[in-house]
Design a protein around this ligand. Structure first.
Ligand code: PLP
Length: 526
């Protein structure tokens, strides 16, 4: 059993201990409502004010507002709603506004979805239009210049969550100035916070959205910068909190935690600095190149955040690589966490001109600002193990994987009378099952490279039989022959084991169970 190494910081991060302590304090002792006039309320208000002052310093907000929100998605909605209401008002006054809502083709989905949603809800009939990016992921400034005279709202991101590509916001600002554009400008600053210098007061950015959980604060808190004088329409109306800009009792544990993170950022002692992060990236790049000699990086390293690597190993589907990484304890992702849930090919890589095949091999590795030498050494060691495992196991080709996937989907749905619950074991039921069925055997359905990278599975005195799912069928395996002992099927997430259980059940083998959640939900020894 190897230690796990979390390398998916662009999806979310662990909470900074000081932030956890601040949140706990707000729940245990300083739990007053920041709007109450008694001392408990005043104490909470002081924390709120301090967090806002720190945020303003970190963002360089100047005389702009910082509004605490539930996260970047809410900040983006608020900015889009505000901008669209202002555009509507300008139109009503007979002013020319332009009819385009321009957004970068690689924006996080929150942006185009919010544009489409509010445009529809408000019945404005404006045209959301994706600004193409070049093969390096940078917005096509020539096209933007052509579109600017018709642009009412421009949405760009400071840094991309899937690739780490950093947008040249100053170049965009110069274009806006040259065009004498009166477009409103929203910047998604989520991945830039703490990683790129921000001095928003020196820009003409109207709105900038940020999220706490990408930077070691908890989920459910974020902030929106609003330039002084920028139009504003609250998304939430009610008790008038946040100066009427965002009603609802403040999320004080979250805000206090975010305040602690921003304080740490301001002091500059807690988090890794740029130079250190560059060193870590070099180390990770070297270990990836040595483990996977044919590796290709999907964006130029020079123009991306030092915390993000997006790469492909030709011929190796990202699913295969991620399964092996997961087995070795490395938590990485194939693009954004949202698209992982939908298993859609990355719109970001496709916008950059990668074909669907290339996009299907992409893996994202991202470190947070709490990364240290130990984490990076452990990551490199695990990467080397994955390289060896895939080499030894003769990594499955794309064709092998496609065949295995077809195989698995034929198994699914094979049996209409299937009652999955009756064949599912939870981890806390496993010992009782094994006691009742002393001859029962564990079967490890993970692919050979996963088994190699993570080691075999043992539970008590039992060692699991190795039976990679892609090598099964059409004959029933010997360990499930008629009259054999019951089997408990196991894989990484419980997906393959469920399908194989269903298939075996369809073949008349009822003494089969699968472990719900697979190794991912295996209880860790205390
Ligand atoms: N924008 C970017 C670039 C992101 O990476 C994310 C994270 O998912 C979001 C917006 C949405 O942030 P939140 O989870 O705070 O709503």
């Amino acid at each position: 059993m190897h230690h796990t190494v979390y390398l998916d910081a662009n999806a979310t991060t662990q909470v900074l201990p000081a932030a956890l302590a601040a949140a706990t304090r707000m729940m245990e002792t300083q739990f007053g409502n920041a709007s109450s006039s008694h001392s408990h309320g005043l104490a909470a208000r002081a924390v709120l004010d301090r967090a806002r002052a720190t945020a303003a310093q970190v963002l360089g907000a100047g005389d702009g507002h910082v509004v605490f929100t539930s996260g970047a998605t809410e900040g983006i909605q608020t900015a889009v709603l505000s901008a669209l209401c202002a555009i509507r008002a300008r139109r009503a006054r007979g002013e020319a506004t332009g009819h385009l809502l321009v957004y970068g083709a690689t924006e996080h989905k929150a942006v185009p979805q919010a544009l489409a949603h509010w445009n529809e809800v408000l019945g404005l009939g404006l045209e959301p239009r994706a600004l193409p990016v070049n093969p390096e992921g940078l917005p096509d400034l020539h096209t933007l210049a052509l579109w600017l005279p018709d642009t009412a709202l421009l949405c760009t991101m400071a840094a991309n969550n899937e690739t780490g590509v950093v947008t040249d916001l100053a170049a965009i600002e110069r274009l806006l100035a040259a065009a004498h554009s009166c477009a409103l400008w929203l910047v998604d600053g989520v991945q830039a916070l703490g990683k790129l210098p921000l001095d928003l007061q020196r820009t003409r950015i109207d709105y900038a959205a940020f999220s706490g959980h990408k930077l070691h604060a908890p989920k459910g808190v974020g902030m929106l910068y609003v330039r002084r004088g920028a139009p504003f329409t609250p998304l939430m109306a009610g008790g008038g909190q946040e100066g009427g800009l965002r009603s609802g009792t403040e999320n004080m544990p979250g805000i206090a935690a975010l305040g602690a993170v921003l304080q740490a950022l301001r002091k500059g002692q807690t988090f890794a600095n740029h130079a250190t992060l560059h060193g870590y990236r070099e180390q990770l790049v070297a270990s990836l190149r040595s483990a996977f000699p044919t590796i290709e990086f999907n964006v130029p390293l020079a123009s991306s955040l030092p915390t993000t690597l997006n790469f492909s190993v030709p011929g190796l589907p990202s699913k295969t690589l991620m399964d092996v990484f997961d087995a070795a304890g490395l938590r990485v992702s194939a693009g954004s966490a949202c698209s992982a849930a939908q298993s859609a090919p990355s719109h970001v890589l496709q916008a950059m001109g990668l074909d669907a095949q290339q996009a299907a091999t992409a893996v994202r590795l991202s470190i947070g600002l709490l990364a240290d030498a130990r984490l990076v050494d452990a990551a490199c060691e695990a990467i080397a193990r994955c390289g060896q495992a895939l080499g030894m196991a003769q990594s499955p080709s794309a064709a092998d994987t496609a065949r295995a996937q077809a195989q698995v989907s034929t198994w699914a749905g094979a049996d209409a009378s299937w009652d999955a619950a009756a064949f599912t074991l939870q981890w806390d039921e496993l010992d009782a099952f094994l006691q009742t069925h002393p001859r029962a055997r564990l079967v490890d359905l993970r692919e050979r490279a996963e088994q190699q990278a993570g080691g075999g599975i043992a539970h008590g005195s039992r060692t699991a039989i190795s039976a990679p799912a892609s090598e099964l069928g059409p004959q029933i395996p010997a360990w499930c022959a008629p009259g054999s002992a019951p089997v408990v099927l196991l894989c990484r997430s419980g997906n393959r084991s469920l399908k194989v259980a269903q298939w075996l059940h369809g073949q008349g083998h009822t003494a089969v169970r699968h472990l719900h959640g697979g190794l991912a939900l295996r209880p860790r020894p205390a």
